[in-house]
Write a protein that binds this ligand. Structure first.
Ligand code: ADP
Length: 343
């Protein structure tokens, strides 16, 4: 029992003892000196005083802690409601536990708000940094062209093309930012449907294979039978686009990319493997972070936004699934993600 509860009982007992003694004396002296009558009336007085004083102290404590409970519950509260909450239990110890629990929750909320604030600051810093380079480059070309151009018409056209490349880069950043903010605000509504994941991989690979790429990398899909999954087809196509385009961007000349499907009972693991530049051990755990680039030069040369893998991870996780990566520097990289099969 806490010291405060002990002192509450002690106060009641003290009042009760004083009242009983007072009653004993009064009845004895003024009631004709009968000890029996004096003693029984002292017991009665003591008992009634004890009950009344406990009740008064109990109400007093409830009045004192009412503002704390109003603060914790963020609403008005009557003493009766508060008394109902304790149901005759030890107020002080129970209030102590309630306050400790509330303080714990508040501390967790403050930590969460601090994390969000840090995240917001970091995100804003990253975004402005990402936008700065293409914007300043673009401005450079536009200013040169405005100042009577570079001299000959051919150079002017080249400058315009370069300016356009930077505009495309800005558009890609804005598009990926929009995508990532939707994903991170969890407003992504998945439109799940049944579809053949092998066919989707083949379609996406074909759209890359028909375009000329500098490294002459071909994407092969190693799956013959249809495998039906239940997922958001458009979003999974985005996952394929991001992973396949990375395998080309970070591939080697004449290299290859293979898409494989591994059966895992009610799930399928889709693996996209390239034999490109690979990712070092130190950088590997960070590749899914927003704006992280292991190879900044290649990323920027190829219009990378540093958001592709973060988007991929969000999409896979929104499906309640996982994505993993393994890689060896100079040898190649494999990204693997799971999906639920449509059985
Ligand atoms: P980016 O737009 O820069 O490609 P991503 O989020 O798609 O951004 O990838 C993050 C970083 O991870 C890349 O900058 C690159 O350094 C590395 N990376 C991604 N995929 C591969 C891959 N297949 N092979 C080697 N490095 C890769």
């Amino acid at each position: 029992m806490s010291v405060k509860v002990k002192s509450m009982n002690f106060a009641s007992l003290l009042i009760c003892a004083v009242a009983a003694l007072f009653s004993l004396g009064m009845i004895f002296f003024f009631g004709g000196g009968d000890w029996l009558v004096a003693a029984s009336s002292a017991v009665m007085t003591g008992f009634v005083t004890y009950v009344v004083s406990r009740y008064i102290i109990w109400r007093f404590v409830l009045y004192r802690i009412k503002p704390i409970y109003q603060l914790m519950l963020e609403r008005d509260l009557s003493v009766g409601e508060l008394a109902g909450h304790f149901k005759g239990n030890d107020i002080i110890s129970n209030a102590g536990l309630d306050i400790a629990e509330w303080a714990g929750k508040k501390a967790a909320e403050i930590d969460r708000l601090k994390d969000m604030e840090n995240y917001r600051k970091e995100f804003l810093g990253n975004v402005s940094h990402e936008l700065k380079t293409p914007l300043f480059t673009l401005q450079g070309y536009v200013i040169t062209l405005l100042d009577n151009g570079a001299g000959d018409p051919e150079t002017n056209v080249r400058y315009l093309e370069k300016a356009n490349k930077n505009i495309e880069r800005l558009i890609a950043i804005v598009h990926d930012l929009e995508e990532i903010s939707k994903l991170e605000m969890k407003v992504m509504n998945l439109e799940r449907e049944q579809f053949d994941i092998v066919a989707l991989a083949e379609e996406t690979a074909e759209s890359f294979n028909i375009q000329e790429n500098e490294n002459k990398i071909a994407i092969k899909v190693a799956g013959e039978l249809p495998i039906y999954v239940f997922a958001d087809r458009r979003r999974i196509e985005q996952v394929f686009v991001n992973l396949m385009s990375n395998s080309i961007k970070y591939g080697r000349k004449g290299g290859s990319t293979t898409v494989k499907f591994i059966d895992m009972f009610d799930k399928v693991m889709v693996e996209i493997t390239d034999n490109g530049i690979g990712i070092s051990k130190e950088n590997l755990p960070r590749v899914f972070e927003r704006f992280f680039r292991a190879d900044t030069i290649r990323s920027q040369e190829n219009g990378g936004t540093g958001l592709g893998l973060a988007i991929v991870k969000h999409i896979v996780e929104a499906h309640g699934e996982n994505i993993v990566v393994r890689s060896e520097l100079g040898k190649g990289t494999t990204f693997g993600f799971t999906l639920k099969k449509y059985l």
